[in-house]
Design a protein around this ligand. Structure first.
Ligand code: 5GP
Ligand code: MN
Length: 335
């Protein structure tokens, strides 16, 4: 039985094609745990496959929370990378617009390894897209297992971490039996769930908790308490000392409230508003709402950047997009 029969062959082709090449592995802007683990594990495997030089590149730095999964690997800031004589691979995203490093889109584009339902064809030589995979790390681990390519203990730990972060400890609707199977294979290969959990859930910075407090203070209910929206306003990072990656997961607190069907986090950024959307039931397609504002993601977890907007003018636009979608869902239920 294969986990990813449509992709494992492409993965093997990628590993054959990197021999002797310099490869830059790109992840998406504001890399999360899944993105970081996918970049690092892929980089190791490409080296094993005979790539000459492999570097991980991202527009944003490695978040503090994932430093103990680096095992000596680094993220080269995109602004310091010249790309000369490098081929590119994108993981946990399919386009250079998501990497925030569009200036590298003209390098030979070898492959994408992605699991976002909103991703279209990437234009890479080898397109690996499995929207059913709950995490890019699930896909990457699965393709290794399908192909009999060994996974070191450190990569088992990284990939297990990636799966945990994209599935809220294997409990999102996207986490299927396959996800649990692959996660358990990673445990067999040396990932220690208790250690990973300690790293992820018992090492928060105090600054992040202050950031959470300021988000919680702004939570507001709409539409009979079915929708909950909170804000990260201008200056909040300076005030709390939090890093940008600390916003990851805050929106889950809004979603966690009983009766809330859709949650949002709106963050002031210098050139607009960054939005994070979460649904409880994937029938409420937050990826479709995000797409209305130029973003994308998964059915129950998506995001966007509304350029040139400020939170106050954008807020009612988001509300009416959500309201419209709620109405569609309600009328579909009545039928
Ligand atoms: P978050 O809300 O945590 O930033 O993102 C939720 C999901 O949506 C993640 O899988 C993320 O990669 C994706 N996502 C977030 N922002 C964007 C965006 O602007 N464009 C696209 N295509 N996907 C996004
Ligand atoms: Mn992911």
């Amino acid at each position: 039985m294969m986990y990813f029969p449509n992709s494992a062959e492409k993965f093997r082709r990628l590993l054959e094609s990197v021999r002797g090449l310099n490869v830059a592995v790109f992840g998406h802007v504001r890399p999360d745990g899944d993105c970081v683990s996918s970049m690092f594990a892929t980089a190791d495997t490409l080296r094993e496959a005979g790539a000459k030089k492999v570097v991980c590149v991202d527009a944003h730095p490695l978040p503090r929370l994932y430093k103990n999964f680096a095992f000596g690997e680094e993220i080269v800031p995109a602004k310091n990378f010249d790309g000369k004589n490098f081929h590119t691979v994108c993981v946990d995203c399919s386009s250079f617009s998501r990497t925030g490093a569009e200036n590298f889109s003209n390098l030979p584009f070898l492959a994408t390894i992605d699991h976002h339902v909103s991703s279209g064809p990437s234009g890479a030589l080898i397109d690996i897209l499995e929207p059913d995979a709950a995490a890019a790390a699930e896909l990457i681990a699965g393709m290794h297992l399908d192909s009999g390519i060994s996974i070191s203990q450190k990569n088992a730990e990284r990939l297990f971490m990636g799966i945990m972060m994209d599935t809220r400890q294997l409990t999102t609707p996207s986490a299927k039996y396959r996800t649990w199977e692959i996660a358990s294979e990673l445990v067999k290969l040396g990932a220690d769930p208790a250690k990973v959990a300690r790293e992820l859930y018992q090492r928060e910075s105090f600054a992040k908790i202050k950031l959470l407090a300021s988000y919680l203070k702004t939570l507001t209910m709409h539409f009979d308490n079915r929708v909950c929206i909170g804000l990260l306003e201008s200056g909040v990072y300076e005030r709390t000392g939090a890093e940008k990656a600390d916003s990851d997961g805050l929106v889950d607190y809004a979603r966690s409230i009983d009766g809330v069907e859709v949650a949002a986090l709106l963050e002031h950024i210098p050139d607009g508003v960054k939005g994070s959307l979460r649904a409880k039931d994937p029938k409420f397609r937050v990826d479709e709402i995000a797409a209305k504002f130029g973003g994308g993601g998964h059915m129950a977890a998506a995001g966007f950047t509304a350029k040139g907007m400020d939170i106050n003018t954008f807020y009612p636009q988001l509300l009416s997009a959500i309201e419209e979608h709620l109405r569609e869902i309600d009328s579909a239920k009545k039928k």
